[in-house]
Structure formats: C-alpha cells, structure tokens
Ligand binder design. Structure first.
Ligand SMILES: NC(=O)c1ccc[n+]([C@@H]2O[C@H](COP(=O)([O-])OP(=O)(O)OC[C@H]3O[C@@H](n4cnc5c(N)ncnc54)[C@H](O)[C@@H]3O)[C@@H](O)[C@H]2O)c1
Length: 258
C-alpha cells in the first residue's frame, strides 16, 4: 500500500512537531511546515534520522493564502498525494481587551482564523481533485470552548476555528472529507511559556505561580505534553475515526466538561 502523506503546519516545535513525529512513526510521509526555516529543518532532520526520506521541510506564513496553496502543490509534487492536513500553526496573545494592540489582534486573526480557513480551502481543493476523501484536523483550544480574561482575541479566534470546522464538516462530507479539531488545555510548549509569563506580568505574580494556579485546575493533576495531543490527532487521522466529523475533543486532563 502507498504511504499516506500528511502536511502539518506550525510543525517546527511544540504540538506540531510532536504530531509530525507521531505520524512519521505511523509510516506517514510528512511535510513539516513552519514560518521558521531553522526549526522546520531541525524537526525534519530528526524524523529523517529515524525514518529516512519520510520528512521534508517547507517554509510558509499560513496567513498568506497563496503560500498555503503553494505548500499543498509542492508537497503533492514531492510526495505524490495528500491524505491529511493539520492546521496546527497558531499564535497566542495575552492582554486585556481594552489594552489590546490592534495590529497584533489583526495578525492573530490572520494567522489563527484565516490561516486555518486557507488550509481547509487548499486541502479540500486537493482532496476533491484526488476524489478519494481526506482528513482535516484543526487546532482549537480550551479557550475555544470557554472564554478567559486576558485571552479575548485568542479565545475569539479559537471559537471561530470550531465554527469553521463544523461548517466545513457539513460541506465536505459528500466528498468523504472529515474535519475535526483538538482543544488542548495546558500544554508545555514555548507558546505556554509566553502565556504564563505575560499573564503573570499583568497580574503581578510570577510565571511559576501563574502556571501552578492553572495546573491546580487539572483533574488529572498534571499539564499535558505535546505527545498527549498527538495521541488524539493519531486517532482523528486513523480509520477508527472514519465516522467522526465536525467534532472537537478537549485534551485538557479534565479542566472543563461539556
Ligand atoms: N500550548 C498550549 O497550551 C495550547 C493550548 C491550546 C491550543 N494550543 C494551540 O495548538 C497549536 C500549537 O501550539 P504550540 O503550543 O505548539 O505553539 P508553539 O508556539 O510552541 O508552536 C507554534 C509553531 O507555529 C509556528 N507558526 C507561528 N505562526 C506561523 C505562521 N504564520 N505560519 C506558519 N507557522 C507559524 C511557529 O513558528 C511555531 O513553530 C496552536 O494553534 C495553539 O494555539 C496550544
């Protein structure tokens, strides 16, 4: 059987890197796509050291629609097919709504919402051309299920991703394309370091105390690793999830229930 092919955006570090490594372990060819060429190359080299020639690095800004379409075209040229597209790239922004900087808010919406929109559009266009279905996975968040102080722009973008995913799931189901999302809670990545650091700064506490206060809310008693999230993506891309679409799964160790 031909190898399956997955594109993962924001795969240079954190959750995206863990997803790329996991899918490579599951015998996928993986396109490691990131805005940072250095980290994309490092993850690609690490995967290829374990699984020769299974990974390639791609550099793009997901906010730019043309670059997202070029990514899909190039990965299909390189690997011959596309089976999975993971819209993982995203940025956080911590500030009060009153003090939020308009340019940063626009950039966040461009990356988190429009980047995901272009990813769905580009992947679905390719899947329809191939005619044999496909799987799209989006990165939402616990912040996309319930709002939090100081996370207005970020939370709005992550709610949008779930709404977009539900619409896409209905629209693309006739082509056997499924669309699902993961909603992580507290995952120990560079993004989380920024969130805890900036929140602490605004609240006048330390990053360590801030982190402990959120970890104290986790029923399972520990923050998530990026691999905990990759486990859920592994399910979404598998045949075990063929009848699951338009859903999002909280990966938060039991912080929130719905
Ligand atoms: N870490 C958490 O606690 C957490 C919780 C909920 C949701 N998430 C979501 O999971 C996803 C991954 O988060 P993470 O914690 O691994 O973040 P991270 O900041 O550690 O990694 C994100 C990666 O995306 C890349 N990226 C950023 N902007 C990009 C752009 N415009 N184009 C292409 N690549 C870009 C970065 O270079 C980086 O490699 C994000 O969408 C984030 O919002 C994370």
């Amino acid at each position: 059987m031909a190898k399956k092919v997955a594109i993962i955006t924001g795969a240079g570090q954190g959750i995206g890197a863990a997803i790329a490594k996991r899918l490579a372990d599951e015998n996928y060819d993986v396109a490691v796509a990131d805005i940072d060429p250095k980290t994309a190359k490092a993850v690609t080299d690490e995967i290829n050291a374990k699984h020769p020639d299974q990974a390639r690095a791609y550099v793009l800004d997901v906010a730019d629609r043309d670059q997202v379409f070029d990514l899909v075209d190039q990965a299909v040229k390189d690997f011959g097919h596309l089976d999975v597209f993971v819209n993982n790239a995203g940025i956080a922004y911590i500030d009060s709504i009153v003090d939020s900087d308009p340019e940063t808010v626009s950039r966040l919406f461009d990356i988190n919402i429009k980047g995901t929109f272009w990813g769905i559009q580009a992947a679905a266009t390719q899947f329809k051309k191939q005619g044999d279905g496909g799987k799209i996975i989006n990165a939402s968040s616990l912040a996309g299920v319930q709002g939090s102080a100081l996370q207005g722009a970020y939370s709005a973008s992550k709610f949008a991703i779930r709404g977009l995913g539900q619409s896409a799931a209905k629209e693309l189901a006739p082509d056997n394309i499924t669309v699902n999302a993961y909603d992580p809670g507290i995952v120990l990545t560079p993004l989380r370091d920024y969130v805890d650091g900036r929140t602490a700064e605004i609240k006048g506490t330390t990053p360590e105390k801030q982190r402990q206060s959120v970890v104290d809310e986790i029923a399972l008693g520990r923050a998530a690793t990026s691999e905990d999230v990759a486990d859920v993506v592994s399910f979404f891309v598998s045949d075990n999830a063929n009848y699951v679409t338009g859903q999002s799964i909280l990966v938060d160790g039991g912080m929130s229930y719905h």
